[in-house]
Ligand binder design. Structure first.
Ligand code: FAD
Length: 459
């Protein structure tokens, strides 16, 4: 980076807000990455105006900028090169307002998801986005990746929870679109430009978020089933029986469940090993006694219909949390080194065949491979975690071809909820046609003509 720009940044932000060299390169590149950050300059603004000042300076000198939230992204969307300036939102972590009547929160983009969840819970409200990385992932990152997570089936993805956004464009223009209403059709819905744009169209600085009443009942069961057809039938049965109360339907293929419930994993098996599929079912509502009775009745009728082979129903908060640990203890898959992680979506009727096809291809190429499959089945979202061959880039591309290849024919997506970043860039054409990609490029050119925001990501 040129020395004049560095001086200008120090003058604008104050010296403590501009980190250089070792202060930057000693930081980890990402939550699931073993390497260190490549950039040599990192700025930590405190306000939208400071973000705008940084971008004005960078725009004037053509300086590439990579925005960092909590660095929990899983597609190398926040990777930086030595030529990049990193703009970290870590000091923009204020929750500015919680309005219990209108059920909205206004927060800076660097607030972690968990901090917001905890703050709104004190007002007997809930922000229903939830994912395993909640302690580090930021609201700005959640918006930039359009995060999904555990409760999409009931509440939608981050896109459905954002009412307004303030973002700074590449040239430093502040677009304050801090709408507070659910309904506002006065022209284009500009916040959507930034949601899911992975830091390529603007830096999200503040958000208005839609809150919900906090549920006062939670019922959780871990169910075992003998076939995929029964798993799909159970989803339809239980959704209908709970009348809109179903909040999670987290499916686990046998190998995943057995790994999560075998030492040194945190959980013991709530139902015995040996079944083909398992699913964590969760329902939330307002009246604990009535909701629990309905939840149990739904499971009983599913059992009578022959869908369910075995089930464990949690009877206390501790047991409910313990059942969620079976699903969330995903670090077990890293026990013997970093595996390859995939996030795809496809229609439910195609899932069983798809997983079988990927597994067969892997077995021919690497007979010793491991493939753990789990996911948010109600959203058509599967995660495949694969250990095969040597953990290098060449093997990864070979595995990617096995995983992404069949999706074109099936009409699935190479990215259900993690985004594209650098990792899925070569496969974007499987899920988007030429005209869609060209329109994305047109939008990018119009908002960021000098291509300084997260250059080279997505396409
Ligand atoms: C254990 C674990 C579980 C996970 N579970 C889920 C899950 O269930 N569902 C899911 O969707 N994801 C999941 N993720 C992925 C990740 O948590 C999400 O993508 C999250 O939204 C990223 O937020 P972040 O603040 O860490 O963003 P970062 O990783 O810092 O950045 C991600 C992308 O957003 C951009 N960005 C970040 N902040 C801003 C901003 N303020 N303005 C503009 N661009 C910005 C970055 O440049 C980058 O392109 C999981 C990750 C882990 C490690």
């Amino acid at each position: 980076m040129n020395a004049a720009l560095l001086d200008d940044l120090r003058t604008t932000l104050g010296a403590g807000a501009v980190l250089v060299d070792d202060e930057v390169t000693s930081r980890a590149a990402g939550f699931m990455q073993t390497d260190k950050l490549q950039a040599t300059v990192l700025v930590r603004p405190r306000t939208t105006q400071q973000v705008a000042a940084v971008l004005r300076l960078c725009h004037a000198s053509g300086q590439p900028v990579v925005t960092h939230g909590g660095l929990t992204g899983l597609v190398h969307g926040a990777d930086a090169t030595p030529a990049d300036l990193v703009l970290s939102l870590e000091r923009m972590n204020a929750i500015e307002e919680i309005d219990p009547l209108q059920r909205i929160a206004v927060a800076q983009a660097g607030v972690t998801l968990q901090s917001l969840q905890e703050a709104v819970a004190e007002h007997d409200l809930s922000f229903p986005l939830d994912l395993g990385a909640r302690g580090s992932a930021t609201l700005g990152g959640n918006a930039a990746t359009n995060a999904g997570g555990n409760r999409v089936f009931r509440y939608g993805m981050m896109r459905e929870m954002v009412l307004g956004i303030e973002a700074v464009l590449a040239d430093g223009t502040v677009v304050s679109s801090l709408n507070r209403m659910i309904k506002n059709n006065a022209g284009y819905d500009l916040k959507q430009l930034f949601i899911g744009s992975e830091g390529t169209l603007g830096v999200v600085t503040r958000l208005v978020l839609r809150l919900r009443e906090k549920p006062h009942s939670q019922d959780v069961a871990l169910v075992a089933l003998e076939s995929f057809a029964k798993l799909a039938a159970l989803l339809k049965h239980i959704d209908r029986a709970l009348g809109g109360g179903l909040t999670a339907f987290e499916a686990m293929w046998r190998e995943f469940y057995e790994l999560m419930t075998t030492p040194p994993a945190l959980s013991k098996p709530p139902v015995p090993h040996g079944h083909a599929y398992y699913v964590l079912v969760e329902s939330m509502g307002a009246e604990a006694e009535r909701d629990s009775a309905r939840f149990r009745a739904a499971l009983e009728t599913a059992y009578d219909a022959g869908f369910v082979a075995d089930a464990a129903v949690a009877g206390s908060d501790r047991e409910r949390a313990a059942l969620w640990v079976v699903r969330d203890d995903v670090m077990q898959m890293n026990r013997d080194g970093m595996p390859f992680i995939f996030d795809v979506s496809l229609p439910i009727f195609a899932m069983e065949g798809y997983v079988g096809e990927v597994r067969s291809a892997l077995a021919v190429r690497w007979p010793e491979h491991r493939c753990w499959v789990f996911g948010h089945l109600g959203d058509g979202n599967l995660h495949l975690v694969i250990r095969a061959g040597t953990p290098d880039a060449e093997t990864r591309s070979e595995v990617e071809r096995f995983v992404y290849g069949p999706l074109a024919r099936i009409g699935g997506s190479v990215s259900a909820e993690h985004g594209v970043g650098l990792e899925k860039k070569p496969y974007l054409r499987i899920s988007r046609n030429a005209e869609e990609i060209e329109l994305m490029r047109t939008i990018k050119r119009s908002l960021d003509p000098r291509n300084i925001l997260n250059p080279g990501k997505i396409f």
